[in-house]
Design a binder for this molecule. Structure first.
Ligand code: NAD
Length: 257
């Protein structure tokens, strides 16, 4: 896949899935714009490492995506983009009647509203070029629910709805908009929980992964960040130019249950 000449903005990409997506897009030759809310030397060094490792242009742009204005400014500062991956997301677990109002608002803002703002700013440039890819990283929780994750499930279902609408509004214009819906992905955040879970359950690593963490994922195997990145690269390819307004589940069978 040759994505040279394409600029990709990946929100929330200094760790986890976003970083994995950025790496796969860079391998395919795309210019990379990394983002998160922090502004540390290591964030900018991470962008430099992309140039060293993959020979692509890369920049880090700080933007706190809980703010609509900053989400819009991210795409503007990037100079527009050919590929927009809305990936930034946070989680909070609590019963709905005890869910902190501020946390609800923050999850809806980061996980859903930011995709509205970035997409709205990115689309005119894509239309002018007659080519564009919007990929929203939703979740199996964009298609199914779990108790105590009301804000997350609401936001992810909202993103799936937005994906369908943008797919329709851009159909036939060389632009596609799709949602990737991962099951459990082995990110550093999840990796860090494994030793504690092993202690609590008195189980070895494989058993805790299979029986505790991946209880809802029929394959009993984590999805990898490379597999999500590869799915995004495929969505950017000509093979997927008629795939739009839909969801691609990468979830080890979770949503087939
Ligand atoms: P992560 O915590 O490693 O990554 C989240 C990214 O979003 C980080 O780069 C973080 O800095 C960034 N971010 C958080 N708040 C931000 C803000 N206010 N402004 C800008 N950036 C912000 O988690 P992850 O697992 O890589 O999750 C990435 C996406 O994938 C999320 O949307 C998540 O809902 C989704 N997802 C994850 C899994 C999983 O199992 N890990 C499963 C399904 C969906």
């Amino acid at each position: 896949m040759d994505l040279r000449e394409k600029r990709a903005v990946i929100t929330g990409s200094n760790s986890g899935i976003g970083l994995g997506i950025a790496e796969e897009l860079a391998k395919a030759g795309a210019e990379i714009i990394l983002n998160s809310f922090t502004d540390r030397a290591e964030d900018h060094d991470l962008a430099k490492s992309f140039t060293e490792r993959f020979g692509v242009k890369a920049r880090y742009i700080q933007a706190d995506l809980s703010s609509g204005a900053q989400a819009r400014a991210l795409v503007e500062q990037a100079g527009g983009c050919d590929i927009l991956v809305n990936n930034a997301g946070i989680q909070h677990v609590a019963p709905i009647d005890e869910f902190p109002v501020e946390t609800w608002d923050r999850i809806i803002a980061i996980n859903m509203n930011s995709a509205f703002h970035t997409t709205a700013v990115a689309l005119p440039g894509m239309r002018a070029k007659g080519w564009g890819r919007v990929v929203n990283i939703a979740s199996a929780h964009g298609l199914t629910a779990s108790p105590f994750k009301s804000a997350y499930v609401t936001a992810k279902h909202g993103v799936v709805g937005m994906t369908k609408t943008v797919g329709l509004e851009t159909a036939g214009q060389g632009i596609t908009c799709n949602a990737v819906c991962p099951g459990y992905v082995l990110t550093p955040l999840i990796e860090a929980q494994i030793p504690d879970q092993m202690k609590v359950h008195d189980m070895d690593r494989d058993t805790v992964i299979r029986e505790v963490m991946l209880e809802r994922q029929p394959s009993r195997q984590f999805v990898t960040t490379e597999q999500i990145g590869g799915t995004v690269v495929w969505l950017c390819s000509d093979y997927a130019s008629q795939v739009t307004g839909t969801t691609i589940s990468v979830d080890g069978g979770w949503t087939a249950l």
